[in-house]
Design a protein around this ligand. Sequence first.
Ligand code: SLL
Length: 276
Amino acid sequence: MGDATTTTTTTATTTATTPTNIDYTDNEQNPRVPEEEYVLPISYGSVAYWLGKKADEYHSHEWTVYVRGQNNADLSRVIESVTFQLHPSFAEPKRVLTEPPYEVTETGWGEFEIGIEIKFRPEVGEEKEKLMANLKLFPDADEVAKSGPQTTKKPLVVENREELIFHKPRKSFWEKVVKKSKRVLEEEDGEEDDETNNNNNAGGSGGSDGKKHKKVTFAYDECEAKSKHEALWKQREAKMKDDEELMKLWCAQKVTEERCRVLKAQLMVLEGQLLD
Ligand code: SLL
């Protein structure tokens, strides 16, 4: 997104992946590790660019809806697939991604809610996680007042942050995936903001009581796959520049042709006068 200004609406929420009706009791086939908890911070949302005045009215914006690990953490060891349910006006509105980047890029004209369903790998042994992303294409009046009208260079970003919390993870998941991540012990004092307190769920430490807390976090692997959206946008921008250059050349040609026509006419008049 370069250094373009972004209009960002961010909501930080913390939700457990595991629904309340989950059965935490151990069973022989797929036991749980009762004393452990694994927290995976993710981000999801949309990035939208206006394609300018000349764009087709039904394809006025290019947008991308995405799910990714915060700090570029690799989610592919935990996630089997991410399904994005688009508006029925799109061809094949159910889009299933089985590897990162978990994102869909489209062009369109309208805003709508995009259903997101995260399916976990079999060894994770958990239910699906359902999320909802509000695709936003048009800035609100107060955003326009603050950062000016929409331009083709300024993406509109709506990002939500969520923590996928795996309480009492399955042994299969713990052994195969989590234990292989490096665990980092940090000391922190009790005066933290709300968000850090939410994160404390990861280490099981408590609220702000002024004492030092021990917090366990995981050093997540980095995801190598990068969003394709930025590259796509650069291509589009380059094409727009080419189109602008072509338009300038075409205009210059028209002006020159017109000048030639006028000069020819003047020449003919002069020749006529000379003959007289
Ligand atoms: C509305 N909530 O009913 C909206 C629906 C649908 C947007 C927005 C389709 C683009 C295409 C598209 O942008 N749909 O035809 O490829 O007002």
